[in-house]
Design a protein around this ligand. Structure first.
Ligand SMILES: C[S@@+](CC[C@H](N)C(=O)[O-])C[C@H]1O[C@@H](n2cnc3c(N)ncnc32)[C@H](O)[C@@H]1O
Length: 258
């Protein structure tokens, strides 16, 4: 009897936890459920501009980590006919990316996996691309892993969020908690983290979003899940609010590390 009762309590706890988990979406859950393509500062337009400088051709072997719905990977394969592999730790994102690739007839490898433990051999890629992904992961384990899979002549290109100025602990916790950022670093701290992983040359470019500018390709690129909870709209609203409140405190940089 006592055993049945404790099993029942364990079952109830499990249900409550699962219900609670379902209701408590993170910002990244929200991107996955909406299937936002180009979910990084500057969207596809900035991506195209950055990639145009990289001498990519059909011999280039490229990995896009945290590929989301695969907008950039599809562009790369179509524009440059290069070899593209993609990975994301959200199975929903990977499924949406796979749908995109197959509808476009593109042969792009898409895996569910963790950027901190990549399922690729050492020194394999010419370019690793991270578009607003490392900011969401543990830098200390991520950067060495990205370096490991790059050829010695390879480069890492990352578009990431930085802290522009000193903020209060309260402001920091609001940002870090909302995005589940394991860290929020200044430009100098990012550069140090790349240098500590034996990237010797780090070029940094500031990206300043023009809020009034509408990126039409980005605006049109959603792959919605069947059920969209109102709570998700609240999360998107909160994201806009945090970005607006902190527009002088948070910034974006393109790090090119070799
Ligand atoms: C802000 S979104 C950017 C998505 C995509 N790069 C884009 O620009 O549309 C961050 C992405 O990183 C993925 N991600 C977060 N943590 C990850 C991890 N540890 N390993 C792999 N992917 C991760 C999320 O699932 C999400 O798709």
């Amino acid at each position: 009897m006592a055993q049945n009762f404790s099993l029942f309590i364990a079952y109830c706890n499990d249900v409550i936890q699962r219900q609670g988990f379902r209701l408590k979406y993170t910002y990244l859950d929200c991107l996955a459920l909406f299937g936002v393509g180009g979910a990084h500062p500057g969207g596809l337009q900035l991506t195209q501009k950055i990639l145009a400088e990289e001498n990519i051709n059909n011999d280039t072997i490229l990995l896009e980590v945290g590929c989301g719905t695969g907008q950039t990977a599809a562009y790369l394969a179509q524009q440059y006919s290069c070899s593209v592999s993609t990975l994301d730790n959200s199975s929903m994102m990977v499924e949406k990316a796979q749908q995109r690739f197959s509808s476009l007839g593109l042969s792009i490898d898409a895996k569910v996996g963790d950027i901190e433990n990549l399922p690729y051999p050492d020194k394999h890629f010419d370019i690793v691309l991270s578009e607003s992904v490392i900011s969401f992961t543990n830098l200390i384990s991520t950067i060495p892993e990205l370096k490991r899979v790059l050829k010695p002549s390879g480069r890492l290109i990352a578009i990431e969020t930085i802290l522009e100025q000193t903020i209060s602990e309260e402001e920091r916790s609001q940002i870090v908690d909302f995005y589940s950022f394991p860290q929020l670093l200044t430009e100098g701290e990012w550069v140090k983290a790349f240098r500590d992983t034996e990237f010797h040359r780090i070029d940094v470019t500031k990206y300043e979003p023009r809020l009034e500018q509408v990126d039409e390709q980005h605006a049109a690129d959603y792959s919605l899940s069947e059920t969209i909870d109102d709570a998700l709209l609240e999360i998107l609203g909160k994201h806009e609010e945090i970005m607006h409140q902190n527009k002088n405190k948070l910034g974006f940089r393109i790090f090119r590390c070799s």
